[in-house]
Write a new protein. Sequence first.
Length: 399
Amino acid sequence: MAKALIIGAGGVAGVVAHKCCQVPEVFEEICIASRTLSKCEALRDKLQGGKTAVSAERLDADDTDAVISLIQRFNPDIVINVALPYQDLTIMDACLATKTDYLDTANYEPLDTAKFEYKWQWDYRERFEQAGITALLGSGFDPGVTGVYAAYAQKHHFDEIHEIDILDANAGDHGYPFATNFNPEINIREITANGSYYQDGRFIETEPMSVMQSYDFPQIGKKDIYLLHHEELESLAINIKGVKRIRFWMTFSQKYLTHLKVLENVGMTSIEPIDFEGRQIVPLQFLKAVLPDPASLGARTKGKTNIGCIFRGTKDGRPKNYYIYNVCDHEECYREVGSQAISYTTGVPAMIGAMMILTGKWKKPGVFNVEEFDPDPFMAALDQYGLPKQECFDPKLPE
Ligand code: NDP
């Protein structure tokens, strides 16, 4: 039995906390700690009364000393970081100082540069090894389950994987003209950046949203998919031996893209600070403040997500294609944990990753991406805790 410190109290944190409470035999006690205490307390009040003890704390996770001090008081076995990517390094520093295992769902991004890559966190490998603690990076859905799917395909279905297409489709409708399904600032930074894909040992950049095709998804139908850069390309290119091409695709509706284009054209997606009535503000942060809170979309969202990977390679000397995916229903997620499917598909794998470490199945000193571990126990837990896999051995292939 273990104690987990959950940092963040947004959409994903809410799901992680609910899911931990569904597994009291592992999570004996959780503490929800975030910048706004009232959000932590609201979650605590919702979850109190079950077998898992729940507490709430105010925490500024940009302040390493504050994180160290809370870890020393609560004494968790693991820190589950579901705040924002900006806090990854301060929280990792606090885990090092207190010799506590660490997990997150998104790689570090500096606040003032829209650039995300693993280098900053991979630089902690030696220090985590020496401290004898585990850091599991990117244990959400994408990154996260997509990496576990890759390890599973490699272990059970292929001798060699040559191409990976990661397909992330959201056919949910929340009824707002424009809203993002997870943190708007992080989401818009990701989409307005250049796209890129991995081919033959290098990354090839594309103009933002310039590569598009249609794909007919099982259970949700035909959608436009756009090529984006995504963090798991970086780790899969290293960890899936022999892979030649990896691409990441996400669906967007025309309505969403039109709103985004207008916001971009008027300067609202910029991360450069500007003077406004005597103080400095960052337009994108102001935009986040006026957009609907992703944590509030759950009650309004209908429809399904379909996220998965198509692999092409060889098995026993013959070409083989394999599609593995999960379909998740927004309304069912809301009924179960009070959130929409994007937070759900991220929060469930975060809980499972923590469970893998706490039960010793994925426990080893160092800094790791999910595809570096045995995928089987994680895959079994996905089936058990709400994200069952679907498989297709004759998929339609993206162009
Ligand atoms: P939200 O914006 O809903 O929640 C973020 C939370 O972090 C908020 O409670 C916020 O506090 C808190 N926070 C921000 N700064 C600090 C700080 N300095 N100290 C303490 N707490 C802080 O985001 P989501 O829940 O949608 O996303 C959480 C994470 O999950 C993000 O990193 C996102 O990139 C990642 N993600 C990963 C996915 C995957 O599949 N791998 C998919 C979707 C999201 P406050 O309430 O005060 O603002």
